[in-house]
Each structure stands twice: as C-alpha cells, then as structure tokens.
Write a protein that binds this ligand. Structure first.
Ligand SMILES: NC(=O)C1=CN([C@@H]2O[C@H](COP(=O)(O)OP(=O)(O)OC[C@H]3O[C@@H](n4cnc5c(N)ncnc54)[C@H](OP(=O)(O)O)[C@@H]3O)[C@@H](O)[C@H]2O)C=CC1
Ligand SMILES: O=C(CO)[C@H](O)[C@H](O)COP(=O)(O)O
Length: 474
C-alpha cells in the first residue's frame, strides 16, 4: 500500500513537529525513527492533538516499510543531526529508492556537504534537495521559515507542501528557493550566524542591566518587554523578556540566576565565520559572538582569572548609561550585525555562482525563524532598492546609525571603563568606525609587508606596484 504523499526520518525535536505540521496541513505522511520506541511515543502524542492528525500519519518501523508506504515518485525528508548521520541515512535509503525519488535534507547541514551530496546525487542521476529550516520546535510545529536549495525542478515538486507548512508574512509563505546545491543550507548557516550575534548583543545588554545598573532578572525582563514594543521588536528580545521573568519552581529563584553561564553550540556560527574568512567578507560581530560562546565554555579559567586579577568593578556610576542609551546601542549593534550577514551572503553568492535573491532572503526571515524581527521588512525594502549595497548605507538604516552610534560609543566606553565585557558591541562599533574612515591605517601594514617580504604597495600619487626605500631613514 503506497498512500503517503511524503515521508520523514528522524522524530526528534524538529522532525516530530514538522511531521505533525505536515499532517495538520492535510498531507498524508509516513514517519520513521532509528529508535523505534520514539515512533510509538510520537504517535501517542499525535493522537492527543486536535484535528485528527494521527489519521494522516503512518508510523513505520523499518526503512523498507517507510519506502513502501509512500506514493511514487517519493519524497523523503531527513531531520537528523548534520554530518555522518545524513550520509548514513542517504546510503541506507538509496538502494531502496527509485531513480526519481527525492531525498530532502532539512537539518542544519554544512553547505559544503550539501554541495558534495548534490553532486553525488547528480552523478547518480537521482534528485536531492538541501533545505534550511528555522523556527525551533514551535516554528516546526506551526510554521517555520524555509530556505530551499538544490535543483529548482526538485524544489517545485515539493514546494506546495513546504509553502503550506511554512510561516506566513501577510499571507506570503516564508519558504523560498535560494539556488542550486548548498545555497539553501548556506543561507540557513548565515541566518544562524546572525542569530548568534543577535543573541550575544542581547546578552551583553542583559549584562549591562544586571551588572552595570544593578537590576534583578525580573526587572531586566520588564526592560526587554518594553524594548520589544519598539524598534528592537523581535522574537529574540521577546523571549529574553520571558526567560528573564521565569521562576525556578525548586528554589523560587529566577531561572536565569541558576543557569550556568556556559553556552553550547552545534557549529553553524563557526561555519559562518569560517566561510566569511574564506570569501573575505568580514563578519566581526558574528565572530565576537562565536568567540564569546567559546570563552563562556572556559568556566574554570574565568574563575581563575577572577581570583588572580580580581573582579572588575562593573557597577556604573549613576547616569553613566541610561536604558535609552542601551536600547539605542542595541539598535546600532543589530544593524551592524545584519549588514555584515547580508554582505557575506552577497559576496558568497558571487563566489559560489549562486544568484542569491537578497530581498527574498530578508522576506523569508520576516516570520517563522529565530531572527524574525520588525526590522527585516525594512531590510527587505532596502535590499529591493539595491541588493548589493551594504545595509548601513541604505538611507533608512544610515539614518538609524546616525541617531544611535553615539549611544553605542557611550555604552561601549562605559563598559570598557568599568570592566563589563561587551565583545559584540565593541565589534559592531569597530566595524562602524572602520567603515566610515576613508584613510585608515593599512598603509602601515603594507609598508611592513613590503619591508619584510617585498610584497610591494600601491601609492596614492602613482599607479602600479612599488617598493620602499627601507634602507634610507630620515
Ligand atoms: N532544535 C532546533 O531548534 C533546530 C534544529 N535544526 C536541525 O535539525 C536537525 C535535527 O535536530 P533536532 O530535531 O533538534 O535533533 P534531536 O536530537 O532532537 O533529534 C535527532 C533525530 O535524529 C535521529 N538520529 C540521530 N543520529 C542518527 C543517525 N546516525 N541515524 C539515524 N537517525 C539519527 C535521532 O534518532 P534517535 O531517536 O534514534 O536518537 C532523532 O530522531 C539537526 O540538523 C539540527 O541542527 C534545525 C533548526 C532548529
Ligand atoms: O538552527 C537552529 C536555530 O535556528 C538550532 O536551534 C541550532 O541548534 C542553533 O544553533 P546552536 O545550537 O549552535 O546554538
């Protein structure tokens, strides 16, 4: 019996919710999980959902059974961890599939792996798609943002399902084909890099409220709530308000106060930074955010550092920084981080031969994904005007930068003076100052390079490559 319209492998956090979302939108779907008891748990959960979801879900306990239960030509979504698990599943599935059956990797794959898998699939004459999905558990269940990659014809085969399950922005599906090969996974990777940076900026804002202004967690939560009503409106600021106000039932303390300050990471932020270095499109705010997660992991070293050097004073003098200054500093930092992310997308698109649809990327992030924010609609407008222009030069965002960079400078300055670490805010300010300095200091670097390695330099007053008279001193 082959009745399901699609199949899904991997009933973890994301896969289970995506499967329910697909069933809820009226598509019959077969599911499989390596640990088969989880499939039973999943079906029990689905049976408790309204809308008779379970009747459109077919649980299977073997890959052969999964494949047999899907109508031809088949489409099967993989929702398993990046790396070896994806290759293993493809290898296990391929012998069971027909030549025109489509495998869709919807996890957070490294786009280089997706390029390789797409090339392997092309060579074997079988279809393959790599798509990025964002929105966490809730988004997967009720409407994620979907960034498609691979052959357009393959995308078109399943786009009606992906669009139906995606988030909607004013009725428009947040599911878009980005380009061939690993384009979709690359866009998702940069999304996550921006996510790291936005989270780090917010965490630094929280640090200033807590350590600089002496606020308790609940009070910080109220500030985030207020910020979420203004220019900073975003999912990440919204949840920061919620997590700040949550209380631990066991201790009665704010949950935030009992969480170890060590942040995990699965690799997408690092991939973004590696790729930015590879193509020469700097993303210093994202780099600072990845480095901050790495430094957060060094809990014992940080404790030893505090014992050796003493804790920085941190408390800010009355009036040194206001809540309004902090809000403005976060606005400036956020614009810098998105400007860098979009510039990376633009450069990488050209490097890898994708025509990445820059405005459509901002559009697909307006709803459903973790970095959704009210600013993204304005970013989409700015990118429609000029997809290759750095966002900090778009008049709308340039106006914001003119109004807010002073506050960013004030906040970074006060933080530096009082020992509050703000690596992402500092990186945002450094990027802004660098990008508005017509004559920088790389003339010194060029002179040094020519001195020790005869690398040559360009002159301001003549064409060509030149060498210095390094033996002659004034
Ligand atoms: N969590 C999130 O917010 C998001 C996650 N993602 C991405 O989605 C993918 C899945 O993540 P998530 O649902 O959170 O992960 P989970 O850890 O919750 O689930 C992982 C799933 O993959 C299965 N699995 C793990 N290893 C293998 C393997 N070697 N062979 C077959 N199946 C395997 C697990 O099966 P078993 O039960 O047998 O262990 C489980 O069903 C990842 O690529 C992740 O990066 C993307 C967006 C958001
Ligand atoms: O893709 C996601 C959100 O968009 C996942 O939640 C991902 O796991 C987040 O990255 P990390 O675990 O490294 O913080």
């Amino acid at each position: 019996m082959s009745t399901s319209e699609i199949g899904l492998i991997g009933l973890g956090t994301m896969g289970a919710m995506l499967a329910m979302n697909i069933a809820e939108k009226g598509f019959a779907i077969s599911v499989f999980n390596r640990t088969t008891s989880k499939t039973d748990d999943f079906m029990a959960l689905a049976a408790r959902e309204p809308g008779d979801l379970a009747s459109r879900l077919t649980p299977t306990k073997a890959l052969e059974e999964l494949v047999a239960s899907i109508a031809k030509p088949r489409a099967i979504i993989l929702m398993v961890p990046a790396g070896a698990a994806v290759d293993e599943q493809i290898a296990a599935l391929r012998p069971l599939l027909d030549a025109d059956d489509l495998i869709i990797d919807a996890g957070n794959a490294n786009f280089h792996d997706t390029n390789r898998r797409a090339a392997e699939a092309d060579a074997a004459g079988v279809p393959y798609l790599g798509i990025g999905v964002s929105g966490g558990e809730e988004g997967a269940r009720h409407g994620p943002s979907i960034m498609g990659g691979g052959k357009k014809a393959c995308w078109d085969r399943v786009s009606h399902i992906l669009e139906a399950i995606s988030a909607k922005y004013e009725g428009q599906p947040c599911a878009t084909w980005m380009g061939e090969g690993g384009a979709g996974h690359f866009v998702k990777t940069v999304h996550n890099g921006i996510e790291y940076a936005d989270m780090q900026l917010i965490a630094e804002g929280y640090g200033l409220l807590r350590d600089g202004l002496g606020m308790g967690a609940a009070e910080c939560g109220k500030v985030f709530e207020a910020w979420n009503e203004g220019t900073l409106q975003s999912y990440l600021v919204e949840i920061s308000g919620k997590v700040s106000q949550a209380i631990d039932p066991a201790t009665g303390k704010p949950v935030l106060d009992i969480i170890l300050d060590r942040a995990g990471q699965k690799g997408t932020g690092r991939w973004t930074v590696i790729e930015s270095q590879q193509v020469g499109a700097p993303v210093p705010v994202i780099e600072a955010a990845v480095a901050a997660r790495n430094m957060s992991a060094a809990v014992d070293t940080r404790k030893a550092g505090q014992d050796l050097f003493g804790a920085a004073p941190q408390a800010l003098p009355e009036g040194a920084v206001t809540i309004e200054d902090l809000e403005a500093a976060l606005i400036a930092g956020k614009i810098m981080c998105y400007a860098q992310g979009f510039a990376l997308l633009d450069t990488a698109g050209a490097t890898y031969g994708w025509s990445l649809p820059m405005p459509a990327i901002a559009e697909v992030w307006r709803e459903g994904c973790i970095i959704r924010s009210s600013m993204l609609n304005d970013m989409a407008s700015a990118l429609r005007e000029d997809p290759a222009r750095n966002l900090m030069f778009a008049p709308y965002f340039a106006d914001f930068m003119k109004k807010t960079h002073g506050a960013l400078r004030k906040v970074v300055g006060a933080s530096v003076a009082h020992g509050i670490p703000v690596p992402a805010m500092s990186a945002a300010l450094g990027y802004f100052d660098t990008m508005r300095t017509a004559r920088g200091t790389a003339n010194m670097v060029q002179a040094q390079r020519d001195f020790f390695g005869a690398h040559s330099f360009e002159r301001l007053d003549a064409e060509g490559a030149h060498h210095g008279p390094w033996g002659s001193h004034a």
